[in-house]
Design a protein around this ligand. Structure first.
Ligand SMILES: [Zn+2]
Length: 167
């Protein structure tokens, strides 16, 4: 994949937390545009992904298989932020279904320690506990899943034969 793909993979889930800027400007946490509000919804993930694909992947014709693949991938990637936030132990919950339902939701199980708001607050005992918690509940299972998928691919899927260019 091109470099822009990997850069956008890093940026799109981070953009979801741009709502913390609003907190500094006085937007209340529980407001529609407050922290973990609309920007953490599934609809926002769809629209952000659509914008990313239309702006940065113009070489993929709209509604082709590769276009849908990119659109679906960036939607899942962006939505993962709100879904993982719903697994955290603090805050007011996540407006996953905004703008249709402004309720804030938590998952039934919240094992991940919520991160402090603000970069400076992260360099503390709390920040370290968050990193360890995320390593245990996100990075470790995801790494095992990645290794499992890679193992399945190597073991069971044949690589695509190069097309015969002579014919
Ligand atoms: Zn968030």
């Amino acid at each position: 994949m091109p470099v822009r793909f990997w850069v956008l993979c890093a940026i799109s889930p981070i953009l979801v937390d741009a709502d913390t800027i609003g907190l500094r400007l006085g937007v209340p946490y529980e407001h529609f545009f407050g922290h973990r509000g609309f920007s953490h919804s599934l609809i926002f993930a769809v629209f952000l992904s659509l914008a990313i694909v239309l702006i940065f992947f113009r070489d993929h014709k709209v509604c082709t298989r590769s276009w849908w693949g990119l659109f679906g991938f960036f939607t899942l990637l962006t939505a993962s932020h709100g879904l993982l936030d719903a697994l955290t132990s603090g805050g007011l919950g996540v407006a996953l279904f905004s703008p249709f339902d402004s309720n804030r939701y938590f998952a039934p199980w919240t094992p991940i320690i919520v991160a402090p708001i603000g970069f400076a607050n992260f360099f503390s005992e709390w920040g370290l506990a968050v990193l360890l918690s995320e390593a245990r509940w996100v990075w470790l299972p995801m790494s095992l899943f990645f290794l499992l998928m890679r193992g399945i691919r190597v073991r069971f899927l044949k690589p695509k034969e190069p097309e015969n260019l002579a014919s």
